[in-house]
Design a protein around this ligand. Structure first.
Ligand SMILES: Nc1nc2c(c(=O)[nH]1)N[C@H]1C(S)=C(S)[C@@H](COP(=O)(O)O)O[C@H]1N2
Ligand SMILES: [Mo]
Length: 262
């Protein structure tokens, strides 16, 4: 049954229909836009992350990153190991990427260098390269990845960070949340969550391709942390400290992810 004769006053003319639709879509737009603006304002007004950690990223955004960090942490707590390769696959010429704090023009004498471990109450433990080399050596051949988009299988040797902690009786320090490392001139610095530092593949490295590190690769001692991107693999460690607050981090200050896990 059609209703051709049902044309009564209730029926809207085409024009009225269009007006009404326009009104509905405008009202919808206004409500959504208002919501978006409020959302933006909420984000804008929300407190920034502590300065020097994520370059003032808004806390709610930081929350999302912290969530991914939690997922990664759970993943690694299963003792996940980064893939390793046979020695023949390691690059003969290991790329030199960036040189903040290890610049060729900068005077640096590796023979007088000591690793400075900052302990509680300002006490500083000074450790020579010889002492570190006397500990069991661990080698790793893995795919080193830089956030700039390159990767390279490379071969490193040194002391497992966890062996170093045990040997120098720093176990109580390793219960803290973060490890901070800085170059001797303090121009490059990283913060590492302690579980990643204690990961069985993390090294305080003094060798590349079975030879002592050249200056441009961070002589006499650098961090090799395969569960993280290159930016966290600090070359030429000067000081090492422990804390429950995030230590300052050079690339996190430029807006990169603090955790920078793979
Ligand atoms: N002191 C210092 N360490 C550093 C850097 C730096 O500029 N200075 N660059 C980082 C980055 S971005 C990468 S990819 C690796 C590169 O290490 P490589 O030069 O030995 O290949 O070192 C990391 N460690
Ligand atoms: Mo990098």
């Amino acid at each position: 049954m059609s209703a051709p004769n049902k044309k009564d006053k209730k029926e809207l003319t085409i024009e009225q229909k269009i007006n009404r639709r326009n009104f509905i879509s405008f009202a919808t737009f206004a409500v959504l836009a208002g919501g978006a603006f409020e959302g933006w304002r909420w984000l804008y007004k929300s407190p920034p992350e502590v300065r020097g950690v994520t370059a003032g990223a808004k806390k709610p955004l930081r929350k999302a990153l912290n969530k991914t960090e939690l997922i990664f942490r759970r993943f690694f707590s299963d003792n996940h190991l980064v893939k390793t390769y046979p020695k023949e696959m390691a690059a003969k010429y290991v790329r030199v990427n960036s040189d903040i704090g290890v610049e060729a023009k900068k005077k640096f004498d590796p023979s007088t260098w000591k690793l400075q471990v900052i302990k509680k109450g300002g006490e500083v433990l000074q450790i020579s390269l010889q002492e570190l080399m006397a500990l069991p050596k661990t080698e790793i051949i893995y795919d080193f990845k830089c956030v700039e988009g390159w990767d390279q299988i490379s071969h490193w040797g040194g002391v497992k960070f966890s062996d170093f902690i045990k040997h120098f009786k720093l176990d109580d320090y390793a219960k803290m949340d973060y490890v901070g490392m800085e170059t001797p001139d303090k121009t490059y610095y990283v913060g590492i969550d302690t579980p990643s530092a204690m990961h069985p593949q993390t090294l305080l490295a003094y060798e590349v391709n079975e030879k002592l590190l050249p200056l441009e690769h961070g002589a006499p001692l650098r961090l090799i942390i395969p569960v993280k991107y290159g930016i966290k693999n600090l070359k030429r460690i000067g000081t090492l400290s422990f804390s429950n607050n995030r230590p300052r981090d050079y690339w996190a200050e430029q807006g990169y992810d603090y955790y920078s896990g793979l």
